[in-house]
Write a protein that binds this ligand. Structure first.
Ligand SMILES: Nc1ncnc2c1ncn2[C@@H]1O[C@H](COP(=O)(O)OP(=O)(O)OP(=O)(O)O)[C@@H](O)[C@H]1O
Length: 602
């Protein structure tokens, strides 16, 4: 991995002591002042080499000093070595990390009792004073995806500020650890980064971070929280002329030019982060120095690692982020990109004793008002592919989730099968499962009663099955004969009445078109009313009474889809036939009669 190239144009006071200076023509030159290499480059992580100002040892500190150098290795890492001017924060003898510009120590918030980060940034008082306005803004930024800024002061050539502490390092370190994060993790991280950016950019005027990169995005591992850090470089968009500052690999072309730029530079940098997340490579690692990167960026030559991105959606997204400023999406538009859609959760809501008659539930978490669709699944007869296809045809499920939901159902089936096989005492269940057409062999799985976890496999293509039961064959799914299909439909019709919800009590003489219309509306399918009515009338069913006269087996011959039959039965029989147990929160509709929440199901 090539070394990242920090670039600083001396205009930005707070980073004057940086390693590299950039003169605007792509030529790199050494800066003056202290050089503390980034720990990530395998350099200065030796605690003994950091020289602390004498003033740190102000008599209250237990640190011993020898020739002006603190020998931290001899100190307990939990020793308090300095107290903040307000007395609230206690700096401990533990360096969390060193960057090109600052050293970050662990500290304790003595009021609240939690750990915080104590950041030391070498700068002059004049430069610190210039930062006042910016600091005031940072203080006001409060967002769960942005590292909190608590308190700051200036002392002995250092700007010191206390921030929220992040426990698990940077995104960059995580990417290396995971080798290649799976798409689900990339999405989860990216959503959080975008939320932070949306917040910054929504200020008036927008706050521009200007140094978004995976090193400046921090993680709390326990909860997978992701927060944007190093906010010291963010600056209000105040005019047309801005400081050139950032990291060349992540700097939009307009940042190199002296024409001014806006918050879209963060979007460009986010695109580079996304590229790093999905390829595991630092962008422009093919370049040897900042000048080479500069030339490529100015000529519009994108990083070579972009060619490794397979997923079309991600590629589209990254390309947009790297496009000219006026074509680049806003953070909010990116958040709305299909790549960031939150997949629904597919759950096993209930199963009968033999685990062959299941209630499955698809819970949408975004964009559909927490809609939940519950449906029955008969292991002996149904297949995930067919059931999902059917619900998509009926517009109960959106097509974009077809692969995902099918895959998740198959995963639940595999897990159930495994648990059945593990249960030696239950031969009956095993027999059911082993004779189930199209049931794949079972890898080790999770408990069938647990909701699906976020595994890399969640993005695998759906398991398709052929007649020979071999998984992943090229067939698009199990071939179901017409008679099988009818049988299945009939089963649904005769046995799924416990899900039924009433619309109202219909007198027998109610014209069938009126009744069907209400049922279709109640299931959010008003456009289907005519089609369903025509089918019923073809069978001489003109009133609700005629419909009530039908026997279960008659329903199968009406030519209605499973969904239509269920919708009509729900409207017709709901109240009297519903049994206690688990009920759907909705049946794929946002209509109050059907999906109005738990109250409707009691
Ligand atoms: N809030 C924090 N919580 C925990 N560790 C932190 C925190 N902030 C920084 N660190 C650690 O300190 C290191 C140095 O911080 P940082 O990279 O922000 O310094 P910097 O000098 O501003 O670097 P640059 O601007 O070049 O990214 C980080 O790599 C990280 O390991």
């Amino acid at each position: 991995m090539d070394t990242p190239h920090p670039i600083v144009n001396g205009i930005h006071s707070s980073k004057k002591n940086g390693v590299h200076h950039f003169n605007g023509s792509g030529v790199e030159s050494n800066g003056h002042g202290v050089e503390i290499s980034k720990g990530r480059n395998g350099s200065n992580n030796d605690l003994n080499t950091y020289y602390m100002p004498d003033s740190y040892n102000n008599g209250t500190s237990p640190v011993t000093q020898s020739n002006g150098v603190f020998d931290h290795s001899k100190q307990d890492p939990e020793t308090v070595i300095e107290i903040s001017p307000n007395g609230r924060y206690a700096k401990l003898n533990t360096v969390l990390g060193k960057g090109a510009y600052k050293v970050v120590w662990k500290a304790i918030d003595r009021d609240e009792g939690y750990e915080v980060a104590w950041n030391c940034f070498q700068t002059t008082r004049a430069e610190y004073n210039e930062l006042n306005q910016e600091i005031e803004i940072l203080r006001q930024v409060r967002h769960p995806n942005i590292i909190n800024f608590h308190y700051c002061w200036y002392k002995d050539a250092e700007f010191i500020f206390v921030t929220e502490l992040m426990t698990s390092g940077t995104l960059r370190e995580y990417i290396r650890k995971l080798s290649l994060p799976n798409p689900k993790i990339v999405k989860r991280w990216s959503r959080q980064i975008l939320r932070g950016l949306i917040h910054l950019h929504s200020h008036n005027p927008p706050i521009i971070h200007r140094d978004i990169k995976c090193d400046n995005i921090f993680i709390n591992g326990a909860h997978g929280e992701v927060k944007i850090g190093d906010m010291g470089t963010a600056k209000m968009k105040l005019g047309k002329k801005y400081t050139v500052i950032g990291t060349p690999e992540f700097m939009a072309p307009e940042m190199y030019e002296e024409r001014g730029y806006n918050e879209k530079v963060d979007i460009y940098a986010f695109g580079m982060c996304l590229l790093e997340m999905v390829t595991g490579e630092y962008p422009y690692s093919e370049c040897k120095n900042a000048a080479q990167i500069y030339k490529k960026v100015i000529q519009g030559i994108k990083p070579e690692s972009l060619a490794k991105v397979q997923d079309e959606e991600i590629l589209d997204l990254i390309n947009n982020c790297l496009s000219p400023e006026n074509e680049r999406y806003t953070a909010e538009q990116i958040r709305a990109h299909p790549f960031f859609t939150v997949e629904p959760e597919v759950l096993l809501a209930a199963a009968d004793e033999t685990k062959t008659h299941l209630k499955l539930q698809v819970v949408f978490k975004e964009g559909t008002d927490n809609l939940s669709v519950k449906f029955d699944f008969k292991v002996e007869k149904d297949t995930a592919e067919e059931v999902v296809e059917e619900m998509i045809d009926e517009k109960v499920l959106p097509r974009k989730y077809q692969q995902f939901i099918t895959h998740e159902i198959n995963r639940i089936l595999r897990d159930l099968n495994k648990s059945s096989k593990d249960d030696d005492s239950n031969d009956e269940i095993s027999r059911h499962w082993n004779s189930q057409p199209g049931t794949p062999p079972f890898p080790n799985g999770i408990s069938p009663h647990l909701p699906p976890h976020n595994s890399p496999g969640s993005f695998a293509p759906p398991l398709t099955l052929d007649r020979d039961n071999s998984p992943n064959s090229t067939s698009s799914g199990p071939a179901t004969s017409e008679s099988q299909r009818k049988t299945q439909t009939q089963e649904w019709q005769t046995e799924e009445l416990d899900d039924i919800l009433p619309v109202k009590d219909y007198p027998n003489e109610t014209p069938i078109e009126d009744f069907v219309h209400e049922a279709a509306v109640a299931t959010n399918r008003p456009e289907k009313a005519k089609e369903w009515t025509t089918k019923l009338k073809h069978q001489d069913i003109m009133t609700v009474g005629d419909l009530r006269d039908l026997l279960d087996e008659d329903w199968a011959g009406l030519g209605l889809t499973v969904f239509a039959s269920r919708a009509l039965k729900n409207a017709l029989y709901g109240k009297s036939l519903r049994s206690p147990g688990i009920y759907p929160r909705s049946m794929g509709s946002s209509n109050a009669n059907i999906s109005g929440g738990e109250d409707n199901f009691v």
